[in-house]
Design a protein around this ligand. Structure first.
Ligand code: ASP
Length: 540
């Protein structure tokens, strides 16, 4: 069975399990409560009784019994929880001991109180490590792979004009498609007006349950450096530090400069460096193949968690908004990329999508274009024939700055939140959304939820309250999967288009060729090791 089929099956299992046996599944007994922000636990089921101080800051509890809208909840104080309470100076915490059972009453209808299935949560706790292990294995390869392949790619270009041309065209294409994505998103949000579809009750509930999460998102956005700092910050003061910290733009800059320097130096010595890095690069590719063996299990575990913890009720309240985002991503994916793939890269559209299928599936399940990068690179090189020179430059840059899906989503989200607050946006405001979301998508890192953080900047630019982020947070993780897939398709489209413009002979590798030639696709043989040096010398 092909790897992408296995990944697809893993995804299906994860999604189904999330819906059926996840913590928010209506098929499971909802026997636990999650308390957020300012939820109050009372000592009696009457509302007038005193609050239970020790319950402050405790997040989850078990429901023991129900009495109308009230539920009696209990939880056992764990040692770390008790430490936290003591540190916060909560009343009574100094006399409490670990393992002590507390009980109190909560109102189930309160927006700060949500119910969940404790068995579903335990299932997530038990399986979560598989997804995390898989992600860690793939991420382990990203920095060395980007660095080695970029230096080798640039050093073998041998022509700086080509590099300048490639850089100019790539950035031009990235900017153009991001603006088109935003025009689609802003246009649809104005046409469909998703904000008009939300009831006041849903609005209040969402604002209350996500207020604290929205607050911390805004805090992260406020720490963002200025544009000038960001531009200067691309030049690393210590490249080893950048490599250690995975600062992608700095790594790209250093890789480019090193590649250029190698081209300028003594040919023989330069060749030694390139050969070493090339060998390392190949080893990294092999590591990706090894890690991908875990992919079907990893994506199942990742999706089980995401789907299992996304409440269906949130999805219903935000349904129209989510549909507008999805429609926008679909239009951008088919029309904008369709034109670039068919007429620019001169490749069949569906053949192209088939070639990058593993990358799309991985982007969907990890919500990280950076983590997907090694697989995207393999797909465009092995299944489309894009050269390492092009892919090693376009893809890492794309995974860091080119996020059309993110930009489109930010455009829709900003207008949706403004509509809910009853604010009329002028044409000038809409243009501000396009420009600020273009920058915000460039500033977003290729990691889960990054677009949500930089959305705060877009909201500030048009004067919409940033607390409004709480309105869209509930479905953010879900939409992230779709916008990350769009981002990865956008990067792959750029790589194919640039390769075609540079005169490369790219084409979709057929399944037969893929099966016959171990150099193509993810089915590359790993079963036959090629030791560099024979370990045992036969004496006879
Ligand atoms: N998760 C997205 C990516 O990695 C960024 C975002 O929109 O949050 O491409």
């Amino acid at each position: 069975m092909k790897l992408y089929t296995k990944i697809l099956i893993g995804m299906l299992i994860g999604v189904l399990a999330g819906f059926l046996v996840g913590p928010n599944s209506s098929l499971m007994p909802q026997d636990g409560v999650r308390l957020s922000g300012s939820a109050v636990v009372h000592s009696q089921a009457d509302g007038a009784s005193a609050a239970v101080p020790l319950a402050t800051g405790l997040k989850a509890a078990k429901i023991e019994s129900r009495q109308g809208e009230w539920a009696q909840v209990t939880w056992e104080l764990s040692a770390p929880e008790l430490l936290k309470l003591k540190k916060a100076g909560v009343e009574g915490s100094s006399r409490a001991s670990p393992g002590q059972t507390l009980s109190g009453w909560v109102v189930l209808e309160e927006p700060h109180v949500t119910t969940y299935a404790t068995i579903g949560q335990s299932l997530i706790d038990w399986t979560e490590w598989i997804g995390r292990l898989f992600l860690a294995l793939i991420k382990m390869v990203v920095v060395p792979l980007v660095f080695c392949s970029l230096v080798v790619g640039v050093a073998s270009l041998g022509d700086f004009r080509k590099l300048g041309r490639l850089g100019g065209r790539t950035i031009g294409f990235f900017t153009l498609t991001t603006v088109v994505a935003l025009v689609i998103g802003v246009g649809l949000a104005n046409l469909i007006q998703p904000g008009k579809w939300m009831s006041d009750a849903d609005r209040g509930r969402l604002l209350a349950s996500y207020e604290s999460a929205a607050g911390s998102t805004v805090d992260s956005a406020a720490d963002a450096p200025s544009l000038a700092d960001q531009v200067i910050g691309i030049v690393p003061t210590n490249p080893f530090h950048s490599l250690a910290e995975g600062e992608m733009l700095q790594i790209i800059f250093f890789g480019l400069m090193l590649g250029i320097a190698i081209t300028l130096m003594n040919v023989a010595r330069g060749k030694t460096v390139v050969e070493f890095l090339d060998g390392l690069n190949e080893a990294m590719v092999m590591l990706v193949h090894v890690a991908m063996k875990l992919a079907p299990y990893g994506v199942a575990a990742l999706l089980f968690k995401v789907i299992g913890t996304t409440g269906l009720s949130v999805l219903m309240a935000l349904g129209v908004y989510a549909l507008v985002v999805l429609l926008g991503l679909f239009l951008h994916g088919t029309i904008t990329y369709g034109v670039a793939i068919r007429f620019g890269a001169k490749l069949p559209y569906f053949g192209f999508l088939k070639a990058i299928r593993p990358a799309m599936l991985l982007a969907f399940s990890t919500s990280s274009s950076s983590a997907t990068l090694p697989v995207t690179k393999e797909c465009v090189e092995d299944n489309l024939g894009v050269s390492n020179q092009i892919s090693s430059f376009v893809l890492p840059l794309g995974a860091t700055v080119n996020m059309d899906g993110t930009a489109l989503y930010q455009g829709v989200a900003a207008i949706f939140i403004a509509q809910i607050y009853g604010m009329d946006l002028t044409l000038g405001d809409q243009v501000t959304i396009v420009t600020s979301a273009t920058l915000a998508s460039v500033g977003a890192a290729g990691v889960p939820g990054a677009g949500m953080i930089t959305l705060a900047m877009v909201l500030t630019a048009i004067g919409v309250p940033t607390e409004g982020l709480a309105l869209v947070l509930g479905v953010d993780r879900l939409l992230d999967m779709f916008r990350t897939s769009t981002n990865v398709v956008g990067d792959s489209t750029a790589a194919a288009l640039m390769a075609r413009l540079e005169g490369e002979d790219i084409r979709v590798v057929s399944p037969e060729e893929d099966a016959a030639d171990p150099k193509h696709g993810f089915e590359r043989t790993m079963e036959e090791p090629h030791p560099v040096e024979s370990q045992h010398v036969d004496e006879d």
